[in-house]
Design a binder for this molecule. Structure first.
Ligand SMILES: Nc1nc2c([nH]c(=O)n2[C@H]2C[C@H](O)[C@@H](COP(=O)(O)OP(=O)(O)OP(=O)(O)O)O2)c(=O)[nH]1
Length: 319
């Protein structure tokens, strides 16, 4: 059977100052008319995805983009076409969006969608939008549990919304007790807590404590054929293209990619640098990718300019 040609599409997620994003209904006459999508359309010959995005947003909404970063790339096969969707997060534009093609508009809050149906390829996109642009990896083993818990309280009060509890130095009993303490602190703030490890060793604890998901080391994901069941959120660490491919194969919701800068936690391996990070991310993955390794919140714009969803911090999260 001949390969179906792939149609490349650029789509823009306009994000306003309240963190809401714009969805539009597909106009009558198009495939999936009435379904909700992100504004955009097919690349024309010779166009880059970013150029197509700029043109489509002028045509469909009458806005001129002035701040957009590449984000998720999602492949999908519809009955009418096989598409490769290049999503951008758009945070700056001139003009007020107008429905030039008779679309309906809806500004939506991440995780609280009020419109339906959504184009079938967009499910992972909406999940990705519900992930914060900064997350932290725990440091109880480095700082001592009491000190770290006090810093966690401060970080939660300052807005931390996602935490990976990675404590390789703790025995299972101590880890479970710490996880319980962390969840009790984090819940009132709506901060997601993902436990760390393999499904066989940490999965029962995730379920038992009602944690929000599991974050797996690269080697664990690499040995899996499919997504382990029972986890709302599933994350994977990755250091290269093969490990990102493993994250894709098992349907991970996000990946951490690093280390980007030199870091005390991995003194032997050379850092990727921002160019190495951008090269790996630029291959296009259907999940958000956080930059990790020697980074802090002030690195966020750089991470996003290089195709990252955000920044994951270890030491810097607890200063
Ligand atoms: N614009 C957009 N298209 C999406 C999204 N999700 C998704 O699966 N698609 C698919 C639907 C279509 O098969 C394809 C986009 O094609 P389109 O028909 O909207 O493109 P276009 O505006 O250039 O259309 P046309 O001029 O050829 O009618 O990508 C999305 O969020 N936004």
């Amino acid at each position: 059977m001949p390969d179906t040609p792939v149609v490349h599409v650029a789509a823009g997620i306009l994000i306003d100052h309240q963190g809401r994003f714009l969805m539009a209904s597909r106009p009558p006459g198009k495939a999936y008319a009435g379904y909700w999508e992100f504004p955009g359309g097919k690349l024309e010959a010779g166009e880059t995805a970013q150029q197509a995005l700029a043109r489509e947003l002028v045509e469909e909404l009458g806005v001129a983009i002035n701040a957009a970063v590449p984000w998720i790339v999602q492949g999908f096969t519809y009955p009418h076409a096989t598409v490769r969707l290049h999503f951008f997060r758009v945070t700056g534009w001139d003009g007020e969006p107008q429905p030039h093609e008779g679309q309906a508009f809806a500004w939506q809050q991440p995780g609280q969608l009020t419109v339906s149906p959504i184009l079938p390829a967009n499910g992972p996109i909406l999940r990705g939008l519900a992930l914060p642009d900064q997350l932290a990896v725990s440091a109880a083993g480095i700082l001592g549990t009491e000190t770290w818990l006090a810093r966690l309280d401060a970080a939660l009060a300052a807005g931390l919304r996602m935490l990976i509890l990675r404590e390789p130095g703790l025995d299972p009993m101590a880890y479970a007790a710490l996880a319980q303490a962390v969840l009790t602190r984090a819940r009132p703030y709506g901060c997601r807590v993902l436990l760390h490890g393999a499904p066989e060793t940490s999965g029962a604890l995730v379920t038992g404590l009602g944690a929000h998901g599991l974050h797996m080391p690269a080697r664990v994901a690499a040995a899996m054929a499919r997504r382990p069941s029972g986890f709302d959120w599933l994350g994977v660490s990755a250091h290269d293209a093969a490990e990102l491919a493993a994250a894709q194969r098992i349907g991970a919701d996000y990946a951490l990619l690093g280390h980007v800068a030199a870091t005390a936690s991995h003194p032997d391996a050379p850092p990727l640098g921002w160019h190495g990070f951008a090269d790996l991310v630029g291959a296009g993955w259907p999940f958000p990718i956080y930059a990790i390794g020697g980074l802090c919140s002030s690195d966020l714009p750089t991470a996003q300019a290089h195709g990252g969803h955000g920044v994951a911090a270890l030491s810097a999260a607890w200063r």
